[in-house]
Every structure is written in structure tokens, then in C-alpha cells.
Design a protein around this ligand. Structure first.
Ligand code: ADP
Ligand code: ZN
Length: 659
């Protein structure tokens, strides 16, 4: 990136490795160890129970609700799922904008089970296809994938299964469709629908643009009668329109959900000792939880991961400078093990489907509200309480303003970066509900949420005109009387009347404003500088990030404009020692929940699949609370479908009985 030397070089988490290159799990992990199709279900050579017999529900196509209940173990549809599913089953097209965790997958998985033939899912996230197929196999759905991580044998097994009508779902990388043999293969089987996942990749202006998505309009041209569904969690109006036109979805019904994520608690606090603050957050609220910590530079990723490890937390680094094998191994551990904290640059997280990420922490200020919302959105896909926490300080503002000034690119580009940063700063400094402001940014109106820091402990809006005047006049005097510019630290020293080598050497102890600001602490003055920067009443200049007044400052100095500042509320320290999900449980259920987690963990290890594929946290919670005493009771719990009941029912009842 031209404007930030610390920034990661673009690392493409979507990238298909070359055919003879490394697989995403090069250590003999799941991709290379197993084929694209679960051998027990869809391989044609096993000779034993036919794949159809494995799931009696599909001997006759199930209705949508039957599939939801029996296969996935849920009792009702969420949001607009039912309408979307009906549209597809009836043969219509759909364009779905739904936030992360909203339940997009079922919108195409269920119609694929109900309709005749195989649902073809186009997804750029090839590193995750194995997990998606594993998750489906675990509930008894016959799924496979075709991508470049497979060898010829695995590929032809999947192709055979498709042609024999033995696949409910087939995942394809978009690159595959460039090869004419893929289209010919699809022609020879029955396609129930096309699902275009991460549909925003078609947007040339977006940051996830994938040229191969542009040719997906061919799906409609070649198979005009096959219904299509395009899905994305990207909210902007522009992207929405672009998807509709580029994918020729002129006839599609549009389903736009609210982008609110009510289970995520948004919190932004000022940066003091960031690593200690992070540690306190993890220890007091997220002990044993999986989380992602975002840092801007590789160096701070390494430093933070080391610090967490020294303090007894299972933390791993992830950035583009790491050897790709280490990166892949770390990602795999994060997905598979319980309670791993990933410390990463923004290069990490795209398409990470892990549903039980309990917190996302930012140790550096994100560059835009979109980026912030996308990154924090990786928390709590399973709908359980989760935290989005950001520590932000003066240095962040100075650094980012400076990076924008020094960025290459034209003025319009810099203005756009500046506007993005301003919106992010406004979010940080607001005294109103964070969620209201976030949703407003995406064009939604809402009421105060009750689940963000400003709702829970409202900060005070105070009149900061006098401190602002003191500070601004110090900046002005330095320039007028001494022809000098300095950074925030020195200006605060002057206000506090500190005698340092610098103040005496330059005669700054003779300035009229020397020592006139002792009513505030160093930390509080830094807060004032930060907020004046955020409000455009101060500017950052040059290589050293010195402070300068702006056009708008004049009105403050002459008293014609009042300045409103945010007074940080006292933070109450929380004392919960259990993970967030556990601590929200009734006391008598906590031990059972932990026992169930331990059982799940060993089961996942034995099967070499991510823990959430066995059961999600929400389901374990349900079991811990209701303590089922029979298979019938257990089967009534959300997330326990027929397949999993048969497979794990007895073991679970034993865990319940023993705890
Ligand atoms: P998205 O792709 O929109 O991020 P997912 O499809 O991964 O969301 O769904 C998020 C979580 O919600 C998953 O754990 C999924 O099993 C669960 N889920 C989806 N639909 C329902 C439903 N109707 N009832 C209960 N849980 C659901
Ligand atoms: Zn709120």
C-alpha cells in the first residue's frame, strides 16, 4: 500500500493455490487427507448401504420445514429464510443481503434438498470448502467440492457422484467455470439451483473483487431455467445494484435484512496500556474463548501474540509475512481447537466461518467504518453474546492522518480516505448509542440499543471550550512567537508547565500558556487533542505529525464557537471468570456446559473436524440448561437433528447424567 509502509501487502485469502503448489493445509491436514466427498456417503465404490438409504428423509423429497427440523434440528426459520427458500423452490431467483450470522447458508441448502438434482454453490473460499462439506456430511447431507486442492482421483470421484445424482450440494470455485469441461460436466447431471456466495466479489469497486465472478452471468445464459440465488453480507447500496446487473438478476426478488447484530456488544475505550487492557478483557470476560485481535502492523501482531502467550493465553500470530505453511497451520488450529486467540493483521478473517468467535478486539484504529463493521462482524455468528472491543488513542489519529497525507494517489483519493477516517473517529467519539451510529452509517434508523458501552455507561458531554482554547492558543503562540511546530506530547507538557530539556532549551517556559492547564491530567489532555483532531479543530502535519490549527479553529479561539467534548465514564471492572457464554448461563448449568465442551473437544479431535461441526455452542447451551433425560428430549433441542441424535445421543445423555 502506498500510504502505509507498515501495511500488509495485499494477501488474497481467496487465492487458489497453483495446481502443483501448496494446499491450504499443507501439513497433511484435512484437504489432502480426505477427498472432496465424504467417502462413506457419496463414493460409488463402497458397495455397502447406498447413499440414499443413509438419509431416509430424502427418499421422498422433504418439505422445507421437514428438512429444517429433521436434518438441521432447528424448529423455525429465521428472518426472511422461509420466503427466500420458497422463492427458490418455486423456481425463482433471489438476491439476498443478510449480515454475517444471519443464516444465509440454509437459504440455498434447503431448496437444494427439496428440489430435484444437485445445488451448485459457487464460492471463492476454497480453503473453507472442506469444512463446509464436513459440516453438511455431519448432518447427513451429501456434499462434495471441486477445486484445485484435489488430486485427479478425488476430483473424478466427486464428478461421478454428481453424475449419478448422489450429491445434494456441490461446491465449486469460480475458476472452475472458466474450464469448458466443467460446464459440460454440469450439463450431464441435474442442477437444482445455483448459489453464488460472497456475491459482492463481482463488484469491481469493492475490495474483494474477483474477475472470475464477472463471467458468472453465463450461468443464466447457459441454464436459463435453473433458479439462482446470490448472497452477500456487504451492505452498501452500490454493491447491491452492481450484483443485480452484473449477474443478470433482473427478475430476482430482493431480500434485504437489517444489518444489526444484536448479540454483539460494541465497546470503544481510550488506549492507555493497550496490551494490559486487552489482557484484562480476555481474563475478565473471555477466558477460554476463541477471539480475534487485529493489529495494523506485523511487528505489533508478533509482539501482542508473544505477550498473550507469556500470560498464559493460547494465542497465535497471523500476517502475510509469515511462512504460508505456518499461516495455514495457525488458521487451522484456530478453526479446529476451542479457545484459540488469533492475533492478526486485517489479512485474516475473510470468509472465516467459525461460528463461535466470542470477541474481536482492535488494538489499532480501523481505517473505515465498513472495515470495522466487517471485522467485528466475525464475532458471534452463532447468535450468542459476543464482544467487539476497540482501544483507540491519540497516536492512532496522528498516525492515520499522517499516512493519508503522505499517501500516493490524487486528491480525490486522499479525500475519500479522510472521509472514511472521519466517520470512524465520529463513531469513536460519539456520546450516543454506538449501534445507532453504525446502523445509520449503513442507512438504517434505530433506537438506542442497550448493548453498547455508551448505552450501558453513558459518557458525559461536557463544554470543552476553555481547554480547547488553551490548547489551540499554545499551538498558535508556538508558531507566531517561535516559528515552531510540535507534536501533542510537547504541547501537553507546556500546558502542564513541565520543565523538560525541550521546554527550557526553547524558552517555552516563557510562553503565556506555560502551566495554564494543570486542571487536567496528561491523559486527559491527550483526550482533548484527540477529540479536537477528530472534530477537525486541529490538524496533523508533516513527517513528525506536528499539530496545526485549522480554518475552523479560529471561531473557537475568538469564542464564537463552543466545543463539546466527551468525558469518559468510569469503567467498572467486571469480575466474571468464566467465558462469556458460560457466564451468561444459570449457575447450575455452568459445570455441565463445560463438561459438554470438553466432550465436544475430544470428539472433534478424534474426527479431525472443527469443534463446531460436532455441535455449536448454542446447542450445548440448550442441553446444559434443559438437561435432557431421554433421546426424545435431546432431539427436541435446537441444533440436534436426526443424524446427530443417532450418532451422539447416547454419549451426550451420559455426559448429562454424570454432571
Ligand atoms: P451466514 O452465512 O449468514 O453468516 P450461517 O448460514 O453460517 O450464517 O448461519 C449462522 C448460524 O446460525 C449457523 O450456526 C446456523 O446453523 C444457524 N442458523 C441458521 N438458521 C437457523 C435457524 N433457522 N434456526 C436456528 N439456527 C439457525
Ligand atoms: Zn447502544
Amino acid at each position: 500500500m502506498p500510504w502505509n509502509p507498515e501495511e500488509e501487502p495485499p494477501f488474497d485469502p481467496f487465492a487458489e493455490p497453483p495446481f502443483d503448489g501448496e494446499a491450504p493445509f499443507p501439513d497433511g491436514g484435512p484437504v489432502s487427507a480426505r477427498g472432496g466427498v465424504d467417502a462413506g456417503r457419496a463414493s460409488t465404490g463402497s458397495g455397502s448401504a447406498s447413499p440414499r438409504a443413509a438419509r431416509s428423509a430424502t427418499a421422498v423429497a422433504p418439505t422445507a420445514l421437514e428438512a429444517l427440523e429433521k436434518i438441521f434440528g432447528y424448529d423455525s426459520f429465521r428472518n426472511q429464510q422461509a420466503e427466500i427458500i420458497d422463492t427458490l423452490i418455486a423456481g425463482g431467483d433471489a438476491l439476498v443481503l443478510m449480515p454475517t450470522g444471519g443464516g444465509k447458508s440454509l437459504c440455498y441448502q434447503i431448496p437444494a434438498l427439496v428440489r430435484d438434482g444437485t445445488g451448485v454453490v459457487i464460492s471463492p473460499l476454497i480453503a473453507l470448502m472442506q469444512d463446509q462439506v464436513d459440516a453438511l456430511t455431519a448432518v447427513g447431507v451429501r456434499a462434495g467440492f471441486l477445486n484445485s486442492t484435489q488430486d485427479a482421483g478425488e476430483r473424478s470421484r466427486v464428478e461421478r457422484a454428481y453424475l449419478d445424482g448422489e450429491l445434494d450440494l456441490l461446491y465449486l470455485a469460480p475458476e472452475r467455470l472458466r474450464v469448458s469441461s466443467t460446464a459440460q460436466l454440469l450439463d450431464r447431471g441435474t442442477i437444482s439451483l445455483f448459489a453464488i456466495d460472497e456475491a459482492h466479489c463481482v463488484s469491481q469497486w469493492g475490495h474483494d473483487f474477483r474477475p472470475d465472478y464477472l463471467q458468472l452471468s453465463m450461468l443464466h445464459e447457459r441454464w436459463p431455467t435453473v433458479p439462482r440465488i446470490a448472497l452477500t453480507a456487504t451492505a452498501t447500496e452500490v454493491t447491491h445494484r452492481e450484483i443485480a446487473t452484473k449477474l443478470q438478476l433482473g427478475e430476482a426478488k430482493h431480500f434485504v435484512s437489517s444489518f444489526d447484530r444484536p448479540n454483539i456488544q460494541y465497546r470503544i475505550e481510550s488506549k492507555n496500556q493497550p496490551m494490559q487492557q486487552l489482557l484484562a478483557l480476555i481474563r475478565s470476560e473471555h477466558a477460554g474463548d476463541a477471539g480475534i485481535v487485529y493489529c495494523l502492523s506485523r511487528a505489533s501482531v508478533e509482539k501482542t501474540a508473544d505477550f498473550l502467550v507469556e500470560n498464559g493465553i493460547t494465542a497465535l500470530p497471523y500476517h502475510a509475512g509469515l511462512d504460508s505453511r505456518i499461516r495455514a497451520a495457525n488458521q487451522s488450529r484456530f478453526l479446529r481447537e476451542d479457545g484459540v486467540v488469533m492475533v492478526a493483521t486485517i489479512a485474516f478473517g475473510m470468509g472465516i466461518d467459525k461460528p463461535d468467535v466470542r470477541f474481536v478486539a482492535h488494538l489499532d484504529l480501523p481505517k473505515s467504518v465498513e472495515g470495522y463493521y466487517q471485522e467485528t462482524g466475525r464475532a458471534g455468528r452463532d447468535g450468542l453474546p459476543s464482544t467487539a472491543w476497540l482501544a483507540y488513542g491519540l497516536q492512532d489519529v496522528v498516525q492515520q492522518r499522517r499516512m493519508i497525507q503522505q499517501s500516493e494517489g490524487d486528491d480525490a483519493f486522499r479525500r475519500r480516505l479522510g472521509a472514511n477516517l472521519d466517520a470512524m473517529l465520529a463513531l469513536c467519539e460519539t456520546i450516543e448509542c454506538r449501534r445507532m451510529q453504525l446502523l445509520a452509517y449503513f442507512g438504517e434508523t434505530s433506537a438506542p440499543c442497550g448493548n453498547c458501552d455508551t448505552c450501558l455507561a453513558p459518557p458525559e458531554g461536557i463544554d470543552g471550550t476553555i481547554p480547547a482554547q488553551k490548547l489551540l492558543s499554545t499551538v498558535v503562540r508556538l508558531l507566531r512567537e517561535k516559528n515552531q511546530r510540535f507534536g501533542a506530547g510537547h504541547i501537553v507538557d507546556i500546558l502542564l508547565g513541565k520543565t523538560t530539556p525541550r521546554t527550557t532549551q526553547h524558552g517555552h517556559d516563557q510562553l503565556k500558556t506555560f502551566g495554564i492547564g494543570t486542571e487536567l491530567s496528561d491523559q486527559e489532555w491527550r483526550g482533548v487533542v484527540r477529540q479536537l483532531l477528530a472534530q477537525g479543530l486541529l490538524a496533523v502535519q508533516g513527517e513528525y505529525g506536528t499539530l496545526a490549527v485549522t480554518e475552523a479553529s479560529a471561531a473557537v479561539l475568538d469564542g464564537s464557537r463552543r466545543v463539546k467534548l466527551r468525558k469518559e465514564p468510569e469503567r467498572s471492572s467486571r469480575s466474571a471468570k468464566k467465558s462469556k457464554v458460560a457466564s451468561d448461563l444459570p449457575a447450575q448449568s455452568v459445570d455441565l456446559f463445560e463438561a459438554l465442551r470438553a466432550w465436544r473437544s475430544s470428539e472433534a479431535k478424534a474426527q479431525e473436524v472443527p469443534a463446531y461441526i460436532i455441535f455449536g455452542d448454542a446447542t450445548l447451551r440448550g442441553i446444559a440448561i434443559s438437561r435432557p433425560g431421554s433421546l426424545a428430549e435431546l432431539g427436541g433441542i435446537s441444533g440436534v437433528g436426526e443424524n446427530k441424535l443417532a450418532k451422539y445421543g447416547e454419549a451426550l445423555l451420559e455426559v448429562v447424567a454424570a454432571n
